[in-house]
Every structure is written in structure tokens, then in C-alpha cells.
Design a protein around this ligand. Structure first.
Ligand SMILES: [Zn+2]
Ligand SMILES: [Zn+2]
Ligand SMILES: [Zn+2]
Length: 367
């Protein structure tokens, strides 16, 4: 199943100290400002996530920023597990569309605004970045990068300071421009110069991964297993927040939710991540506007959550969608009153299954 990992990466250029926007999964890049070669590889491959396993991080649904300041190779990273979207209008791009573009080696065209983003099929460089990567959307080394829309109204007119003639400026104009009327040299003031060379925005790179359920489950287990990764619980919570602001449903997301809500804290590891706090954050968001969430999401939570708050159990037991109640009745960690409610459910399928759930200790042992 397909999962997206979106990056916005800047590396501080060792030549001029300006922030260089990384434009693709590459070993080396050239600084837009001073022309010096920047070793992107050492940041991307080795240091971007510090001591954390990059593959495990990308296999889960996490969002966050990491900034390493000072020294050579200082960088700034914004990461998100939200689906691939158009960099111009934020329209979410359908997975089928992305896979087709990768297969055909053509740029992907946004269905909402027609903006084109280059597509790069996974090659050795990309697979070294992540072994399950199948391609990168918006990588400047991808197919038909030249077709990418560039700012078309960057032409400016500057009045010669000696004779007042209008001089046309383009992105290629040098800082000192000679007037073709009076032959005098003009040095372009800062405000005009920066207009010609705007700070390049950091473009998002969308890495598409082809993962199995075990990959996704393994990512959650990894974070529970490794001491001192508790700081990344924030990245779990960031993603949950982003998700509920702009929900989407796909197979990999549902698998992640399933294993997130099933996970228990690892008692063997001290300073580990408190997964129950993250689960609570998820449930708190699910409770808000419960009627508007996708049934598939509620079904997953209802069936697999080991620690669903009592009030949310009741809400799910009252859900108008029969499939949600059917999923809930399969959960073996329900409160007594919730089971009783489900036993009296108007759907026979639900009440029959609920009748098999015993409410007492006796039922827990022998049911
Ligand atoms: Zn530079
Ligand atoms: Zn668009
Ligand atoms: Zn002039």
C-alpha cells in the first residue's frame, strides 16, 4: 500500500551561510546564491533525523520540524505524513494519478489548478534514501522539470539614473547594468535586486513509499522500543492534529491507526514514549464532531482501540452507521453498559454478536 512522506529541507550553505533549498533527493546540489557545491547527501542520508532510524520514522505517520543549528551542514527540516498535494493550491492529488505519472515518467498535473510537478521514478539514489520508495513527486531531477511553471512576470523596468530611459531587467540581468542610450553604468539598488532574485521558496518533496502492514506496525513498535525517542511523541501528536484538520482515508492510514490504538506501553524501556497519551490525543480529536468523521476511521478505532474512553465507547455504540457498531462489538475491552446497549441494538447482526460478549468476570474468563 502507498504512503506519502513529504519533506521541505534547507541546508545552510558553507560558502555563503544562506539557506539553500534542497530541490531533490540528490548527493550534491549547487547553492543558488554563491554557486558552491553543497553536500546534500551527508545531511539527507546520515544526519537528518539524528540518531533515529529514518526508515522507521518515514514508515509511520508523523509530522514535525527538526532544526540543527551551527556548524557545517546545519539544516532545517519540515516533515509531514499528510498525502501528496499540489504545491500551488494544496489540492490533494489522488494516489492513482501519482502512480500513473511515475509509471509513464510524465509530470503530474493538478486536477484543480493544472499546475505541473515533475515526477522521478525511484532510482538507486532514491532507494538508498528509503528502500521501499517508488518515486518522488516534485523532485527537480524528475521528468520534464523544465515544464514546471515558473514565475512569468518577473520582468521589471528600471529607469536609468543618468538619462531616465527605461531599461528592461530579467532574472539574468547583472547587478551592474549599462544603459544602451547613454552608456552609463547603473548599480541596481537592493530592493530591485531582491525582486529579481527572490528567496527561492522551499519546495515540498513527496516521497512515495510502498509499504506492508508489518512495516507500519514495526514503526510504532520501534518508537516504543528505543529509549529517549519519547521526544518524538510530539511528532505523533502533530500528525494527529494535522490529520483532523484535513482528514483523509487510505489503507496505510487505517493500518497505522489500528496499530497505534492497539499498542501498549513498553514496560522494559525507561524514558520511553507514553503511547496512552498519544492515544488519548487521538480519541479527544475523534470525539469532536464525531458525526462528521469517515465511518472507516470510526470502525478502525471501535474495533482495535484497547483503551477507548467510556464516553467515546457510548458515542460509537450510538453511531448511525451499523458498520461502526458492528466493529465496536468485536472489541473485547468494552464497558458493561456499552455491551448492554449493543445487546439491545436495533440491528440483529449487532445484538447477536453483543449477546456473546459476557459482561461479568465469569465472561472474561470463559467467554
Ligand atoms: Zn552559497
Ligand atoms: Zn493545484
Ligand atoms: Zn541612460
Amino acid at each position: 500500500m502507498i504512503k506519502c512522506s513529504a519533506f521541505r529541507i534547507q541546508i545552510v550553505c558553507p560558502g555563503c551561510n544562506s539557506n539553500h533549498a534542497v530541490s531533490g533527493i540528490v548527493d550534491f546540489d549547487t547553492c543558488q546564491n554563491c554557486g558552491k557545491t553543497i553536500n546534500v547527501r551527508s545531511v539527507l542520508q546520515d544526519r537528518m533525523f539524528g540518531f533515529m532510524d529514518k526508515v522507521q520514522y518515514m514508515n509511520g505517520f508523523l509530522s514535525g520540524s527538526i532544526e540543527q543549528m551551527g556548524g557545517t551542514g546545519a539544516y532545517k527540516l519540515f516533515y509531514s505524513s499528510m498525502p501528496c498535494s499540489c504545491e500551488e493550491c494544496n489540492n490533494v492529488l489522488e494516489t492513482g494519478l501519482l502512480l500513473k505519472a511515475i509509471e509513464e515518467g510524465k509530470p503530474v498535473i493538478c486536477s484543480a489548478c493544472s499546475h505541473k510537478m515533475p515526477v522521478r521514478k525511484a532510482d538507486a539514489e532514491i532507494r538508498e534514501f528509503h528502500p521501499n520508495a517508488i518515486g518522488v513527486i516534485n523532485d527537480s531531477h524528475g521528468a520534464d522539470f523544465a515544464e514546471k511553471d515558473i514565475d512569468k512576470d518577473s520582468m521589471l523596468v528600471f529607469k536609468c539614473m543618468t538619462c531616465g530611459a527605461g531599461l528592461e531587467l530579467t532574472g539574468d540581468t547583472k547587478r551592474t547594468i549599462k544603459c544602451h542610450y547613454c552608456d552609463n553604468e547603473n548599480y541596481l539598488p537592493d530592493n530591485i535586486w531582491t525582486k529579481l532574485h527572490p528567496n527561492k521558496e522551499v519546495q515540498p518533496l513527496f516521497v512515495l513509499l510502498d509499504l506492508t502492514e508489518d512495516d507500519i506496525k514495526g514503526s510504532i513498535e520501534y518508537f516504543l522500543r528505543v529509549t529517549a525517542l519519547s521526544i518524538y511523541s510530539k511528532h505523533f501528536n502533530n500528525f494527529i492534529k494535522e490529520y483532523f484538520e484535513k482528514p483523509f482515508i487510505d489503507e496505510s492510514l487505517l493500518i497505522w491507526v489500528k496499530h497505534l490504538l492497539k499498542a501498549k506501553n513498553n514496560e522494559q524501556v525507561s524514558f520511553n514514549m507514553d503511547i496512552t497519551k498519544i492515544q488519548k490525543h487521538f480519541y479527544d480529536n475523534l470525539k469532536l464532531g464525531i458525526g462528521s468523521h469517515a465511518p472507516e476511521l470510526k470502525e478502525t478505532a471501535a474495533e482495535y482501540g484497547i483503551d477507548i474512553p467510556a464516553d467515546l465507547q457510548l458515542m460509537l455504540a450510538e453511531d448511525k452507521d451499523e458498520n461502526v457498531r458492528l466493529a465496536l462489538v468485536k472489541n473485547t475491552n468494552l464497558k458493561k453498559d456499552v455491551i448492554k446497549k449493543l445487546q439491545a441494538d436495533r440491528s440483529e447482526a449487532v445484538s447477536k454478536l453483543a449477546a456473546k460478549q459476557k459482561t461479568g468476570l465469569f465472561g472474561k474468563l470463559f467467554g
